[in-house]
Ligand binder design. Sequence first.
Ligand code: ARG
Length: 272
Amino acid sequence: MARVKEVFVCPPTYARLEYSINPWMDPARPFSAARAVEQWEAIVAAYREVLGEERIHVCPPREDLPELCFFGDSVFLCDGKALFGDFRHPERAPERPYVQAYLTSLGIEGAKVPDGVVFEGAGETVMWRDKILFGFGKRSDELARHFLRQTFGLDTIDLELETDDFYHLDTALLPLGDDLIAYYPGAFGPIDTATIESLDCEKILVDEEDARAFACNSVVYERVVFGSRGPRRLYEELRRRGYEVREFDTGEFLKLGGGIKCLTLQHYALEE
Ligand code: ARG
């Protein structure tokens, strides 16, 4: 079973909506970094309370990196090792060397995918039990799974994303523990849906309305779910099953096509 030993975040101090690299982003919409910072602070305060101060690391923001707040999108972290990637879009490419230097300064050892291979880190990699669920197709190259397996010595289950709106795996699939996965079937083709259904655990099917409110882009820590305010049916179902669901206003991040999970780089640890 994978557990989260620490998380890394970066405040959206310099967040801007000035380009469009996914269908949610419309640069004509008004965007407020100040409001984004308020929303982010509420989430991080809850992390401090639930996970404990010592598990939260805050990376300094940088003015020329307007989407650095989606801190995990260039790296996957497990058991003290990192696999760094490269972004599909040049707009975000300069984030990776900065994130790599920051994590390296904290003693995390890293490999990087070879140049020319696109891998968008934690956006595409979700731990379930001792496996890496890996999304590809819209952003990451399928080939990146090879480097995940090589770096971490873990199996990957590779899932192709089929729609532009759900472009990262963490927008469409959310493990809640060893025995439960929630996912939005509309993001996957029939073969990958069958693969998800074949996993030996219970599934919750997320409907389109909840999926579009970024229900799957939540963070789960033990029995606490940190989610965006908006989705209803998934959270009702989780509360019914005994999860504590905390909801946060993520309105500014949704304008960028992101939610709580995108804001949170989790460092997983495997245990027996
Ligand atoms: N605008 C960003 C992009 O398109 C949002 C990233 C969201 N991150 C995530 N892990 N889903 O790259």
